[in-house]
Design a protein around this ligand. Sequence first.
Ligand code: ADP
Length: 536
Amino acid sequence: MHGLQSRLSQTLRLALLDRLSHELNADLSSSEVLKRVLNAAAEALGTPYASIIALKDRQVLAAYALGGGDRDPLPSVRLVLEDGLAGFVMYNYRTIIVNDITSNPLWLALPGDPLSPQTGSALCVPLTHAGDMVGVMTLAHPATSYFTADAVNLITMIGEMGSAALSSALLLEAAREAEKRYATLFDDVIVPIIVTDLQGHIRAVNRRACEFLGYSREEMLRLTIAAVHRMGTGPLGSDRFQSLAHGHEVHFQSKVWTRDGDERAVHVYAKRVYSAAEGDSIQWIEHDITSQLTLERLRQDLSAMMYHDMRGPLGNVYSSLQALQRLLGESADANVKALLQVATRSERQVRRMIDSLLDIQRLEEGKKLLNRANVLLNELIYAAAEQVRPQADDNRIEMRFALADDLPALYIDQDMIERVIINLLDNAIKYSPPGGTITVSTATSDGEVYLRVRDSGPGIPPEAQRVIFDKFARVKQRNMPHGVGLGLAFCKLAVEAHGGRIWVRSDTVGSTFTFALPVRAPATAELPPLGVPGPE
Ligand code: ADP
């Protein structure tokens, strides 16, 4: 055994390992870990030459040599990893002792390199952690056969300690890097983002949120999300935010007030998130939809104007048809009469469509019902049935009536509810087979009046039942026949605007559409906008 190593008593070794374990604390950078492990190993074995290479997936992360200073070690490192001892150890995961470096081809004498001996012996150990190769350490001494089994044991222990410390340091650095990237992304992202604690106190905001709301970051950090949205009692107090607590994303439309008192419309996506920096928190992404809503309003105004203007020429068509009918009188040919009837019926249909489109817009905006009067529902049903009778007759469909005679009068917009009934009858006729039967019945119970339209059609599959009252249901559903699908959407809006309900039951022998209207009319104050949940 070599003198220097034999003098290194067991106690000294333990002391050295103990010192190293204290030195390798969690705050060290990966480069500092490498340097300390290298120095400790060289000191423990008394070698004047030592180098260490940190690796990830066999790529060099960093490398240091004893006494190397700022000199770039990479050219030598590449050489030894490609053809030398370090490369052999990296591929074979084995510790190698070279007793005489002059006779071993793996030892690459690097002429002119003062950090690499030309004669003597060398020891090269793999640094592994959890089965991964994280580095290679090489020690060399001018004496041949310098390294003993004891030396290998000691260096293995130092290597294990170093590998573990190096892996944690690299992980920590990667995490910090990711956090830095996230922070930059968070700040640079072009949508306003606010992070609050679970009580709604603002904990972080990105630059865009500050710009959007006109507050400085410091001012924002003194606010709550409720103050930004003016939501009153705070976000998690109310039922609508319960699902947030369960980790679901909540979205809703709301308004925010900027520091200057401007009101902006936003679509908010709120989600409970966890981050190391903020802990358990809620992330509020605020999409500014003010200009979108302005555009939408413009579009709606434009189409309302167009629908409105279409009524004029349509009125001319109607009066011309009436005049023609009068002019021709009884003398008209049966074919001419039939054509006139078709034209009159079609004109009425288009007028009803235009009126319903206008109503949809007004109702969606939450406008009041303007033309309410006391109306007897049964009479309205007969009037509606007369409008669709020609279609029913064409298809040999029988319309039956089972109307209750004790119905109270309803305070309703007669024209609107008549169009609802016509829509339901129209659909029932459209979807019933020729020769089928349609039954219209009415009843009253618990302060409500019910109207039912039952057909003998093919029925509506359950998945379609869920969407047929949506606007443009036919357009959205691929497997439905082509059409606009506004009829039932109008029915729903109209019935709900009267404080009522509408629903469908359907099986393979037919469908039953029912609506219920309250006998005592609800107050006709401005109705809440439909389809747009308010901020409360
Ligand atoms: P449209 O008739 O213009 O498509 P509606 O809103 O009136 O629009 O109806 C939406 C869809 O509901 C229809 O396309 C049809 O698939 C279905 N539907 C409505 N009424 C019936 C019915 N009585 N029987 C079967 N399907 C129906």
